[in-house]
Design a protein around this ligand. Structure first.
Ligand SMILES: NC(=O)c1ccc[n+]([C@@H]2O[C@H](COP(=O)([O-])OP(=O)(O)OC[C@H]3O[C@@H](n4cnc5c(N)ncnc54)[C@H](OP(=O)(O)O)[C@@H]3O)[C@@H](O)[C@H]2O)c1
Length: 312
C-alpha cells in the first residue's frame, strides 16, 4: 500500500510517499481503509522529534513508527476475531495508528460509526482536536461561563470555540489577524487580535492552547475561583517544550484559589459521539501525496481550523 513515511526526524521535507506492507491486525483490532486522515500538532511532534524529551516515546535516534497520523475516517476492511460491533464495509471514524496511509489499524474503543451527514474529510478532522477541546471545557454541566480561548484559530481552538458556544458560554477568542474572520465564523462573541492589542478581561475559564504565556499572566485573567486549562504551548525550550509550565500548574493548583489543569487527552468513543453535535471546522483537504505541503502550512501557523489528507 501507499503510505507517508519518514525514517529521520526533521521538518516536513522528511516526509515522502512510499510503498510499504499493509498492516496486519491483532485479534482486538480492525483494519480500516483510510479515506481521510487528520493532520495535527501531534503528528508534527512525531515528525520533528520535538521536544527532545518526547523522543523517549517516539524513538531516541530515529522514529520507531515511520508513518505518522492518528485520526482517520474510512471503511472497515477487516476485523480481528475478538472485535464486536463492527463489520467489513462499515463507515467509521476515530483514532487509529499510522493513519497517513491507505490502510491503518484501529481499536474499537476509539472508533464509532460515521453518520451519513458527515463526509470522510469532515469526520477525520474531529477526533484528537475535538476530544482535547471537550476535555479543556470540562463537564457538560459547566456552561454559561465567560470563557477565554487562547489559540482559537487552530485545530483545538476551533473546536473549543464551537463547543463552548454550543453550551451557551460567552466566548472571547484570541488569534492573529489572519484568523480573525475564521474565528468569528466559529461563533466567538469577541475576538482579540493578540498581534495588535493586549488580552484583557476576567474569565471563569481560560483555555490556553498556544503561546506559552507565563502562569501569572494567565491567572491574572481569571475570576477569583476561575479555572485555567492548558492544552499545550509550542514555544518552550527545546528539551521539554512547554511541559515545565504544565507540570508547575499541576503542582501549584492544590494550594491556590484558582484551579489549574493540564490534561493529556486520547479520543474515546464517548468523545466522538459528543462531537457530532457541532460542525466540523475543516478548512481544506490535501491528497495523501501532498502531506508535506499540509504539514508545512500547519507548522507555519497558516491553517485556520483543521486540514486533512485524503485517499481517492
Ligand atoms: N493536551 C493534549 O492532550 C493535547 C492534545 C492535542 C493538542 N495539544 C497541544 O495543543 C496545542 C495546539 O494544538 P493544535 O492542534 O490546535 O495546533 P494548531 O492547529 O497548529 O493551532 C495552534 C494555534 O495557535 C495560534 N498561536 C500561535 N502562537 C500564538 C500565540 N503566541 N498566542 C496566541 N495564539 C497563538 C496559531 O495561530 P495564530 O497565531 O495565527 O492565531 C494556531 O492557530 C499544541 O501544543 C498541541 O501539542 C495537546
Amino acid at each position: 500500500m501507499k503510505a507517508i513515511v519518514h525514517n529521520t526526524y526533521g521538518d516536513a521535507d522528511v516526509l515522502r510517499l512510499a510503498d510499504v506492507p499493509t498492516p496486519t491486525i491483532k485479534p482486538d483490532e480492525l483494519l480500516v481503509r483510510v479515506r481521510a486522515a487528520g493532520v495535527d500538532r501531534g503528528a508534527w511532534h512525531a515528525m520533528t522529534g520535538l521536544p527532545l524529551a518526547a523522543r523517549l516515546g517516539f524513538g531516541p535516534r530515529r522514529p520507531r513508527r515511520q508513518t505518522p497520523g492518528l485520526d482517520l475516517a474510512g471503511v472497515v476492511e477487516a476485523t480481528g476475531s475478538a472485535v464486536t460491533g463492527f463489520k467489513p464495509g462499515d463507515e467509521v471514524f476515530g483514532a487509529g495508528s499510522s493513519s497517513w496511509a491507505e490502510y491503518a489499524r484501529a481499536k474499537p474503543a476509539r472508533l464509532i460509526h460515521k453518520p451519513a451527514h458527515l463526509s470522510f474529510e469532515q469526520a477525520a478532522a474531529i477526533p484528537t482536536s475535538g476530544a482535547t477541546a471537550l476535555r479543556m471545557l470540562g463537564p457538560v454541566t459547566d456552561k454559561g461561563r465567560d470563557v477565554l480561548v487562547i489559540g482559537a484559530g487552530g485545530g483545538v481552538g476551533s473546536f473549543t470555540v464551537l463547543l463552548a458556544k454550543s453550551r451557551g458560554d460567552t466566548v472571547t477568542a484570541v488569534c492573529s489577524t489572519a484568523k480573525v474572520a475564521a474565528v468569528r465564523g466559529f461563533g466567538a462573541d469577541r475576538v482579540i487580535d493578540y498581534t495588535r492589542e493586549p488580552i484583557t478581561g476576567s474569565y471563569d475559564l481560560v483555555v490556553d492552547i498556544a503561546g506559552n504565556r507565563p502562569l501569572a499572566v494567565l491567572r491574572s485573567l481569571l475570576k477569583p475561583r476561575g479555572t485555567l486549562c492548558i492544552a499545550g504551548g509550542e514555544q518552550g525550550g527545546r528539551f521539554f517544550g512547554g511541559l515545565e509550565r504544565n507540570l508547575k500548574a499541576l503542582a501549584v493548583s492544590p494550594f491556590i484559589g484558582h484551579t489549574l489543569r493540564a490534561p493529556i487527552v486520547l479520543a474515546g468513543r464517548d468523545d466522538l459521539a459528543a462531537l457530532l453535535t457541532i460542525p466540523s471546522p475543516l478548512e481544506r483537504s490535501y491528497p495523501l501525496a501532498d502531506a508535506a505541503t499540509a504539514m508545512h502550512r500547519l507548522a507555519a501557523g497558516r491553517v485556520a481550523g483543521k486540514v486533512v489528507l485524503t485517499n481517492a
